[in-house]
Design a protein around this ligand. Structure first.
Ligand code: GYE
Length: 382
């Protein structure tokens, strides 16, 4: 019980400096040897609804014999650099050292595996279930089982469509449609600055029915409609480099020289698309007017931004994966019997290497565009 008491004492403010225990180690991708600094992991509470957590857990029946808080995390998979940074963030936060026992399950991008993982967490009587839902549909039954077992479920990253908001305690993640709109606002402003009026776009979509795909595709479709752009094709690359490359090869076969913009719904798909374009002899870069193919991406991981600094990715819209400490804050609040925001959106940036566009407007709000330098990349945590 000792560690459990310590965690509670932190919440109640009986001890000082407890927050330090939450600090995450920076994620350092294999592709570089840079040492990033930890980015502030605060959340912007722009969530729509707030609700008291009626799922607060009674202090009994946990599978931990040492008093740790037991957290079962049903992760989507390991498909991308973003996902690896997200897993690291969760593992660093929910460590034994911080008073947790983490049961981690990699769903290999299959919902059925995640459902199995949740059932095993219920069987093991964990204190909290954290779910990053691979896709939006089909969660009701298993979430009802967790609710019957009185285990609060915290959703992270993508969302799930549920029949009742009572089926989960809280969600924290990104506004994916806003990400798509920001990317397209940059694309419009940049194309205008190059005096290019005809955009012929292919969309390498994320995993179908994943919130990140739904939102980013919706942002693009709205901009296509509004600006009279040509959307030549849209197909899923499942958020991976390998499938991104295969889909791009198919687009090259079908549309060849007509394509001038490739909208990739994450960094990894962009790496695959760039490979395919180069192998087919195309020039990839930001000189849209001069005939280069402009590649758009999302996530802004360290390898993604490195590619953006070189101009191979024109614009990279951030999606922040450092959810470990955000989920921990929710758990601490629930442990203390406090009300938590039902939905919490994270603030995110937008990065590009061309210096022409320094801000964009979306739905009446202005967003600064960070012009990339190596220092900007070095100062980031993932
Ligand atoms: O953009 C992608 C990942 O759901 C936000 O999933 C996440 C997405 C992210 O595999 O790289």
């Amino acid at each position: 019980m000792k560690k459990r008491f310590l965690a509670l004492a932190c919440v109640l403010g009986l001890l000082t400096g407890c927050g330090d225990a939450v600090v995450e180690e920076p994620y350092i991708p294999d592709t570089t040897n840079q040492t990033g600094t930890q980015e502030a992991a605060g959340t912007a509470d722009t969530g729509s609804s707030s609700a008291a957590a009626d799922t607060q857990k009674e202090d009994s029946g946990s599978s931990s014999s040492d008093g740790n808080i037991v957290v079962g995390f049903a992760q989507v998979g390991a498909e991308s650099s973003w996902r690896i940074a997200n897993t690291e963030s969760m593992k660093n936060t929910f460590s034994e050292e911080n008073g947790y026992t983490l049961l981690f399950e990699d769903g290999e991008q299959k919902q059925e595996n995640q459902i199995k993982a949740i059932r095993s967490f219920i069987e093991k009587k964990v204190d909290y279930i954290v779910l990053a839902p691979a896709t939006e549909d089909g969660w009701d039954d298993v979430l009802k089982e967790a609710k019957d077992a009185e285990i609060p479920v915290i959703m992270v990253d993508r969302m799930a469509k549920v029949s009742s908001e009572d089926l989960y305690a809280a969600w924290v993640g990104s506004n994916f449609e806003l990400e798509g709109k920001k990317a397209c606002a940059w694309l419009k402003a940049y194309a205008d600055s190059q005096n290019v009026t005809e955009l012929n776009i292919v969309d390498i979509q994320g995993t179908m029915d994943a919130s990140a795909q739904i939102g980013r595709t919706a942002g693009l479709n709205a901009a296509v409609e509004e600006n009279g752009w040509n959307l030549l094709g849209a197909e899923t690359g499942n958020f991976t480099q390998a499938q991104g490359k295969t889909v791009m090869e198919g687009f090259i076969d079908k549309f060849g020289d007509d394509i001038n913009v490739v909208y990739c719904e994450n960094d990894d798909e962009a790496f695959g698309a760039i490979e395919a374009l180069k192998e087919a002899g195309y020039q990839v870069g930001t000189d849209l007017a001069g005939g280069e193919i402009l590649v758009m991406a999302f996530d802004s991981t360290n390898p993604g931004l490195t590619s953006a600094l070189s101009g191979e990715i024109g614009c990279d819209t951030e999606c922040n994966p450092l959810h470990g400490s955000r989920v921990e804050e929710i758990i601490k609040a629930l442990e203390a019997g406090q009300t938590v925001e039902k939905q919490q959106y994270v603030d995110e940036e937008i990065f590009a290497s061309p210096q022409d566009i320094t801000s964009i407007d979306v739905d009446g709000s202005s967003y600064e565009v960070t012009v990339l330098t190596q220092d900007v990349i070095d100062g980031r945590a993932y």
